[in-house]
Design a protein around this ligand. Structure first.
Ligand code: AG3
Length: 288
């Protein structure tokens, strides 16, 4: 038994707790507290300002779902933009698609990438050396307002909308993403744990509905994003992208030839089915 416990402080009055078997990295400033520790159940856990960002054991669920669902739904992706995602998990999954020609990742902090390569090597699994990957150390908000590049899929792998991550949930950020999406492009974003952070779903639903022809959410249960299902927001001007039948998804997934641990064509289609409380939260916001 380890003596030390670490408890998440994202919510008031409720939070998951981990035994800390050893601390591998800790960096504490006035602004930020980053920690990587070893836990007997989840392996290495990365926590930022009291919130679990990723763990070795369950990261595949989040990274596969935030990557393969939009890429397979689109069907002809050549260019991908990743906002954030410094641990490299999204980049790793995007790189598995041999047909993708170009990936730009905009991460605000080089030290997050360096630290993840060192302490969470299976997240990037060499993807930072992929010749198709262009890493830009810059502010993702500014990048989408100013770049002259365009993309088929944009994946926003951010922290929660508190502190520095907050701008990545604003209508101006989403408008910037729309600006650099190719026709038929898809934007997906991590949108919090739906039951615990329902206001985030409401806010995004409202902002997306004013900008895009089609918007919705899809979901997956990620154990260390505790409190129920994780919501991923979805926006595109092509409604057909999220109405594919399972046979089409299966055909595309087989053609991609990727081995996954969570994603399947059946899960792809099913992940767009939302519980009634979320449907109500979303519909309450549209046209208001
Ligand atoms: N991105 C997701 C953070 C989720 C925050 N947790 C929560 N709402 N319980 C982290 C980076 C993963 N690549």
């Amino acid at each position: 038994m380890s003596e030390r416990q670490w408890t998440e402080t994202l919510y008031t009055g409720y939070g998951q707790s981990f035994s800390v078997d050893s601390v591998l990295f800790e960096h504490k400033t006035d602004h930020q507290h980053l920690m990587i520790f070893e836990n007997q159940v989840f392996g290495r856990v990365m926590a930022l300002d009291g919130v679990v960002q990723t763990t070795e054991r369950d990261e595949f669920i989040y990274h596969e779902m935030l990557t393969h669902v939009p890429i397979i739904a689109h069907g002809a992706v050549k260019r991908v933009l990743i906002i954030g995602g410094g641990d490299g998990g999204i980049l790793r999954e995007v790189c598995r698609h041999a047909s993708i020609e170009h990936i730009t990742q905009v991460e605000i902090d080089q030290s997050v990438i360096d630290m993840a390569i060192k302490y969470l090597p299976s997240h990037s699994a060499g993807a930072y050396n992929d010749i198709r990957a262009n890493i830009v150390i810059s502010d993702g908000f500014d990048f989408v307002q100013t770049t002259d590049q365009t993309f088929d899929v944009i994946i926003s792998d951010s922290t929660d909308p508190h502190g520095p991550g907050e701008v990545l949930f604003t209508k101006d950020f989403y408008a910037g993403c729309q600006r650099c999406l190719n026709p038929g492009g898809i934007l997906v974003t991590q949108n919090g744990v739906a039951f615990m952070q329902t206001d985030e779903v409401r806010n995004t639903a409202q902002r997306f509905s004013r900008l895009f022809k089609d918007s919705h959410f899809y979901s997956a249960a990620v154990p260390t994003y505790v409190g129920g299902i994780m919501a991923f927001a979805w926006a595109s001007d092509t409604p057909a992208h999220r109405q594919l039948d399972v046979a089409t998804v299966r055909q595309r997934w087989q053609a991609a030839g990727i081995k996954s641990r969570y994603y399947t064509p059946d899960i792809h289609v099913a992940s767009f089915a939302l519980p009634e409380y979320l449907m109500q939260a979303i519909s309450g916001t549209i046209h208001s």
